[in-house]
Design a protein around this ligand. Structure first.
Ligand code: DAH
Length: 350
């Protein structure tokens, strides 16, 4: 038995002495491997009697279990030590200041668009979006704009590849094509009621979005925003335009003594047409007339291109510039600041 005890002690010492997991596995092989000491002892029992085998075998097993226990204890200790040294090596200095990620925010023009949508939404206007690459038909022809109109020239409009000579593609020069696109869909949906004479629900929509022109200075950018408005029904008049637009401007600028002026003008798609000017009665801009929109009663040819009878359906349209509204609201004097992407400028609106 002393021999077995000595064997167990020897194994424990060998395991303790192993410096690396590989050393430990080698030490293990010496004691409990296939040709290790325990296996040898087992083989040496061949000559013993059955009774002797029982006691001897049990004693060897006890020794083997003690060796296995010592091996596992050493393995665990090694793994623990390894983990500790890894943790030490990869220690975080939690006292270092973190890197901050600044919170983003909406662009000032987006804030204006949201405001426009909320105000017109509260007046029962739908909000529609349409393509920035348009056909010549929607951008000009359907809007009663003649073949030789200067707006159609290469100097004013960005023509793009993809169309044909008869139907060129271009970057829309205004949001007015959305008048036609939206009205045509609306009319299609209510065709049966229109044809039966029952009539259709009124068209009431705004269409905000990006527009493009060959233009660039402090108050013009080749890319800018517009917001179209359209209201078509059987009894919609210029008076409604004045009420709606006045209401809009006063709500937008939060100013009740804001006055509006409808100045006679010309657009191919409206007749009569007017520029809308506003004047603040107080504040830094007080007393000056500021142009904010074009407007007018929708031209009969345009109503026809919507698929409606101009003898029965009538209404008004307007097109305003959200960029300009943003400049006025915040007192910004250079339009280009909006599109330079300079965070020092943009973060002031958060
Ligand atoms: N589309 C015109 C422009 O870009 C603005 C405009 C004027 C829109 C009169 C309208 C309107 O709907 O009735 O200059």
């Amino acid at each position: 038995m002393d021999e077995l005890n000595a064997l167990v002690d020897g194994a424990k010492q060998a395991f303790e002495g192993a410096g690396t997991p590989a050393d430990l596995e080698n030490a293990k092989a010496l004691y409990i491997g296939k040709s290790g000491r325990i296996t040898e002892l087992m083989k040496g029992m061949a000559a013993l009697s059955v009774d002797e085998k029982k006691t001897r075998g049990a004693a060897i097993n006890v020794a083997k279990q003690a060796i296995e226990a010592a091996l596992n204890a050493r393995r665990q200790a090694m793994a623990e030590a390894e983990l500790q040294s890894q943790l030490k090596a990869e220690a975080l200095d939690v006292s270092l200041p973190g890197r901050r990620r600044g919170a983003g925010g909406l662009h000032p023009v987006s804030l204006t668009l949201e405001r426009i949508e909320a105000i017109f939404g509260s007046m029962g206007f739908d909000v529609a979006e349409g393509p920035e690459i348009e056909t010549d038909w929607f951008n000009f022809t359907a809007l009663n704009t003649p073949e030789d109109h200067p707006a159609r020239s290469m100097h004013d409009t960005f023509y793009v590849e993809g169309g044909t000579e008869a139907a060129p593609h271009l970057l829309r020069t205004h949001t007015s094509p959305m008048q036609i696109r939206y009205a045509v869909q609306h009319v299609k949906k209510h065709r049966a009621a229109i044809d039966s004479g029952a009539g259709m629900p009124e068209i009431r929509v705004i269409a905000p979005g990006r527009t493009y022109r060959v233009d660039s200075d402090a108050t013009h950018s080749p890319m800018f925003h517009q917001c179209e408005g359209l209201w078509i029904g059987e009894n919609v008049s210029f008076k409604d335009l004045k009420v709606v637009f006045t209401d809009f401007c006063r709500t937008f600028f939060e100013s009740h003594d804001l006055v509006l002026r409808f100045r006679p003008s010309f657009f191919p798609f409206t007749e009569p047409s007017a520029e809308v000017d506003i004047q603040f009665q107080s504040g830094p801009l007080a007393g000056r007339w500021l142009e904010v929109a074009g407007s007018g009663q929708v031209h009969p040819n345009v109503v026809r291109n919507m698929g409606l009878d101009p003898e029965r359906y009538i209404g008004f349209a307007f097109g305003m510039g959200p960029d300009r509204l943003t400049m006025l609201r915040y007192g910004v004097n250079d339009l280009r600041l909006f599109f330079d992407g300079d965070v020092r400028f943009l973060s002031q609106f958060q």
